[in-house]
Structures are given as structure tokens and as C-alpha cells.
Design a protein around this ligand. Structure first.
Ligand SMILES: [Zn+2]
Length: 462
């Protein structure tokens, strides 16, 4: 991005200024000790608090928070401790339960919920607080996800994972020692979620160009968001690579970078700065409840495989420096009825089927509109390709980086197969109206051709 000064890597505090809902994020050793002071500074006086956590996290951090609050003379109206096993699902049904519980507590008219947990507990409390219209304080216990700080909660509702709009935590207190002691798979999940922002960046470059040719949901790049989420991304990934080994400096780098992506979302009020095609893959697998030996695969690990698949797709699409992939002979764009049948077949039996079909039909282009996009990319191929290739981490480098961070590298590790992973692109392209590489390839008529190349490649997704 020539007009953006890539050397400007803003600090956490500078990024926090762009977030209009989160007022403070403390990340340091003994951050829990700051909680009473944070309550005094940012929440109504004499507020009662309640804790929401799970059994394992209560042992690791919740009881410490409780003791600190008691020592400071804070009133704790109650603690809700979810069972440690089986792993808690980010299911909207718990929001209703938590709302009822909080409303029944003494002092519930002036109460501050405190979530002590990783992404799931935080998202449940975020949504509950939003529905009760009360701000909350978050104590993250792992650098596991980009979801601590955005204004939205990713919860399972009506059969599929939806990002429900709700305010971000007002304050976060992240204790480095606690986060460093969290299981390694949580930090590698967070690392995968951060690495995915490389694709988010290339998708935005693609969308910005397609938008000039009339593509829907394809906004120009926002300079503030880009500066926050993309400028320092590669250095941040390099600094975070040993987070899963419990290296405190790596943990700080990872957590801060993930938090900043959430601040960008608070600023932009949309997920464009923080997720692209790689997250669409993971949304499909979230709907399919991807598990290994009955244990749900983490969001970040699904995103990791989505990132590898999207990197391969992007690399194949932009492989030829002389121009876009040629449209296969005899290609015919499906009409509305054929596309409806395709989408309904892909999501048959899912309660999300009708919504997704509507989305896929809304963004279905006719030949004329698609030709405008084709022409635009043919005309600007060199410039767009250079922009994408400058940002895209080549597949081998991405895989190496993810491997060093302890992330899963093959579809089988997360309960998928290679063929299923490649085929997921079809469903991923249908489900959201948010222009990305999958839409571009689809609109240009080369989507199936790219998938066939990926399938026959000896490199990708092994
Ligand atoms: Zn994510």
C-alpha cells in the first residue's frame, strides 16, 4: 500500500485510542492485582461483582481473582463456575442462563460481571453483558483467539456460528504468568488466528480493487485499520513464534497483537480488518462441529488450516505474472435457479441453509457485471498482483512459521481430510457477502480450475 507508511507501527496505547468501547488493557505480570483499582476507576462506585469462569480456570486464576477482590473489600455477589469437562461450547443457550443467574444475584442493579477465561467464557459474558446492558471486565487467561477485544461475540445460534454484535469489554486485565502457564494448544491457536491476518490483508487489497469495478461489499482500504492490523503484523508474528513454549515476551507480543485486531474492529464496526477468506473456511467447520476424538477443534486451529488453504488458493490464482488464469473453455455462469440448487445441496439439512442460499443469490453476478471485474483485473493485473504478493507469505514460509509456533499443519490433525479441506472453498464462498479471493475467482469463472490445481499439487495441504 503505497500511500500508507509501512514503517509506522503503532503502539498498543495508540491503537487503544481508536477503540471506542475498551478503555484500558493491562498486560503485565501480576495484572490481577490491578482489578480492584480498575473497578474503582472505570465502573460505578460501590458496584457488586460476579465471577464467571470454569473449573479448570478457577483453579488456575479464578480463585486468585476472588482473593484479590475479597482483600480489597469488593462485594462478590456470586460465582458461576462451568464444569471443566467436557470443553465448554460457545453456545448462545448459556447466555440466557447467565442472564437469569446475574439478575437473581443480590445487588444485581449495580453489578459488574467479571469473565475469567479464554475465548469461550469471554464471548458468553460479552453477549450476556450486552443483553443486560451492563459493561464487564475481562480477565483473559490465554492468548488463544482474536475475540477478546472486538465488539462482537462468536456464538452458536440457530445451528451455526454467528458473530453477534455486542460491546467489547470495558477493561481487560491480562496476567502474563497465567497466560504463559496456559496449555500450549491455546497459544498456538492464538498464533494461527494472528497469522490469518496475512490473508485478511491480501483479501482487502483484492476487495478494494474489485470494489472499483462494482463488486459488492468490497470497500476501499481504511488507512487507520490497515496501519493498526497490517503494518506490524509480520514482525509481531516473528516475535510471537515461541508463545506456545511459554516465552513471556512472545506471549506479550501475541496477546497485544490479537487485542489490537479487536480494537481495529471496534473502530471500523465490521470484521473486514480482522477476517477474510481464511475465516470463512473456519466458519464452515464451526457449523460442522469439527472435532478430534470428540473434542472440538479450537477456533484458532481451524483458522490455521483455513489460512493454509487460502494461502494456497491465493498463490495459485496469482501464479502467472502475465495475467489472470484463463477462463476454461465452455465455462458457463450458473443462473439463479442453478445457483439456488447448488447452495441448497451444499447446506442440505442445516438450519442456516435458507440464509446462506439468500446470501449466495444476493451476490450472484450476471455475465456483464462479472466481465467488468474480469476486465478490471486484466487491466491492473501487474499492480494488484504486486500488492498481493508483497503481503502474502508464500505457502512454504507460512507453513514453516505455523510449524515453528506449534500449530497444526495438515488437515488430518484437526479431523479433516485434504480433499474435504480443498472442497470447503465452495461452501466458504457461498456463506458471506464480504468480497475476497474466493469471490474473485468465482466471478472470473476460474474457481473450479484453482481447486483442481490445488488438488493435483504435490505441495499444498500435505
Ligand atoms: Zn479469529
Amino acid at each position: 500500500m503505497k500511500y500508507i507508511n509501512e514503517n509506522n507501527i503503532p503502539t498498543l496505547q495508540e491503537c487503544l485510542k481508536h477503540a471506542d468501547e475498551t478503555k484500558e488493557l493491562i498486560i503485565k505480570k501480576n495484572a490481577l492485582e490491578e482489578i480492584p483499582g480498575l473497578l474503582d476507576k472505570f465502573f460505578p462506585p460501590n458496584a457488586t461483582v460476579c465471577l464467571i469462569t470454569d473449573e479448570n480456570i478457577f483453579r488456575a486464576a479464578g480463585n486468585k481473582v476472588q482473593k484479590i477482590l475479597e482483600k480489597a473489600g469488593k462485594k462478590i455477589a456470586g460465582s458461576h463456575i462451568f464444569p471443566g469437562e467436557p470443553r465448554l461450547h460457545a453456545d448462545y443457550k448459556y447466555v440466557g442462563m447467565l442472564k437469569k443467574w446475574i439478575s437473581s444475584l443480590p445487588g444485581s442493579d449495580n453489578i459488574v460481571p467479571i469473565s475469567v477465561g479464554a475465548g469461550t467464557v469471554n464471548d458468553l459474558v460479552k453477549c450476556t453483558s450486552s443483553e443486560l446492558k451492563i459493561p464487564y471486565l475481562s480477565v483473559p487467561v490465554a492468548a488463544s483467539v482474536d475475540g477478546f477485544t472486538p465488539n462482537g461475540a462468536a456464538l452458536l445460534l440457530d445451528g451455526y456460528k454467528q458473530t453477534l454484535p455486542c460491546p467489547a469489554p470495558k477493561v481487560l486485565a491480562a496476567d502474563i504468568d497465567i497466560i504463559a502457564a496456559a496449555p500450549a494448544y491455546l497459544a498456538s491457536s492464538g498464533f494461527g488466528d494472528l497469522a490469518s491476518k496475512i490473508i485478511t490483508g491480501t483479501d482487502w487489497i483484492i476487495a478494494a480493487k474489485a470494489g472499483t469495478a462494482g463488486a459488492p461489499e468490497a470497500p476501499a482500504i481504511d488507512e487507520v485499520c490497515w496501519t493498526m492490523t497490517q503494518n506490524g503484523l509480520l514482525p509481531a508474528l516473528k516475535k510471537s513464534v515461541s508463545a506456545a513454549k511459554g516465552d513471556p515476551q512472545a506471549i506479550i507480543a501475541l496477546f497485544q497483537s490479537l487485542a489490537i485486531t479487536g480494537f481495529a474492529m471496534q473502530y471500523y464496526k465490521d470484521s473486514r480488518p480482522v477476517s477474510g477468506s481464511e475465516h470463512l473456511y473456519s466458519h464452515v467447520w464451526e457449523m460442522e462441529d469439527l472435532c478430534v476424538d470428540g473434542v472440538p477443534v479450537t477456533h484458532g486451529h481451524k483458522v490455521t488450516i483455513g489460512t493454509l488453504a487460502a494461502t494456497a488458493f491465493t498463490e495459485l490464482f496469482f501464479a502467472d505474472p502475465s495475467g489472470p488464469p484463463p477462463v476454461p473453455k465452455g465455462f458457463q455462469r450458473p443462473g439463479k435457479a442453478a445457483r439456488k440448487a447448488e447452495t441448497e445441496a451444499a447446506f442440505k439439512g442445516s438450519s442456516a441453509c435458507s440464509g446462506i442460499t439468500e446470501t449466495a443469490l444476493n451476490k450472484l453476478m450476471d455475465d456483464r457485471a462479472a466481465e467488468k471485474i474480469n476486465q478490471c483485473f486484466r487491466d491492473s493485473w501487474k499492480e494488484v498482483r504486486a500488492g498481493v504478493m508483497e503481503r502474502l507469505l508464500p505457502y512454504r514460509e507460512m507453513k514453516d512459521l505455523l510449524g515453528r509456533a506449534g500449530c497444526p499443519l495438515t488437515p488430518e490433525t484437526v479431523g479433516l481430510t485434504r480433499t474435504r479441506t480443498i472442497a470447503t472453498a465452495r461452501k466458504a464462498q457461498m456463506m458471506r457477502n464480504k468480497y475476497c479471493i474466493l469471490d474473485l475467482a468465482w466471478d472470473m469463472g476460474v474457481f473450479e480450475d484453482i481447486l483442481a490445481k490445488m488438488e493435483s499439487s504435490p505441495v499444498y495441504l500435505f
